[in-house]
Design a protein around this ligand. Sequence first.
Ligand code: GGG
Length: 356
Amino acid sequence: MTDHTLTIAAIPGDGIGNEVLPAATRVLDRATAMAGIRIDWTWLDWGCDHFVRTGSMMPADGIARLSQHEAVFLGAVGRLDVPDHESLWGLLIPIRRAFDQYVNLRPVRQFEGVEPRVRLPEGARVDMVIVRENTEGEYSEIGGRYGRGTPREFALQENIFTRVGIERIARYAFDRAAERRGHVTSATKSNGIIHTMPFWDEVVAEISTEYPAVSLRKVLIDALAAEMVQRPHEFDVVVASNLFGDILSDLAAATVGSLGVAASANLNPERLFPSMFEPVHGSAPDISGRGIANPVAAIWSGAMMLDHLGHADIAAGILDAVTASLREPATRTADLGGTADTEQVTAAILAGLDPQ
Ligand code: GGG
């Protein structure tokens, strides 16, 4: 008997987004149905095809339509014949900003049975969360191009770091660390970036005084990238600006196997607007259409969505089924050394949801 309905907008987008998102919604449908919950999906065909057809990635009332939902579930954006800045700034980034999704939460976990890509000490496991600032920083519209096609041509782009923006992302990171192992690492580059990064360091350090039980270590981004390859198991919570957080999360995901297991949540923690959940990976034109994409990142992102919507128990059940499927090469995809295709992984996860 269904006693509760969730209204969720689903945007598969481009490339493998059209393969992993339907797989993930099947898993979410089954897991919620078992708990007496129904998901009312609004499927939206927005993305690069829409851009080629109409000149925009989503309709003019797109944000208003999304705002009628409890959450947004996104696949991937990007197509080889569409400039990447058009696809990102026409869909993904406007949604993050319109809904003030200032936290991009990206968990990185080493799953049992999946061989890490870096050598770890005996018994060590990678389990970190990257807290990426998601609405300002280096992803800024402020700037322009001058003298196009002339010898004096230049491009100028302003980074935006606000006190409010740094304070709120730092507090979110410290809150997560307080619930976990109690360590925050802050990514910086305050030796070379003379204005914004010393400001970032200063504000993060100020917020740290509110959390005496949590340690803070600031590390220059170049050294941090090296540490993440050499000792990924030592990180607990990493807080980073928009660009640094994006780069580090791909790097961290690679250490534990592949971007195929990198999930993310774009959160408005105050819940004034819908939050958006998406795999970290893009549209992967090199493998799209072959049915071999890894659906785990999308499925885990969907589990994060259910957790955010108040169904932590269902989310945990999905993650258990994902964990079990990853143990065997027969039920994981080739990016993780397995032999399964998207359908076989999805079937294994669906079977793992059923009471044994
Ligand atoms: N899963 C959505 C997607 O396609 N992401 C690829 C991407 O390039 N994202 C950039 C970003 O997260 O800033």
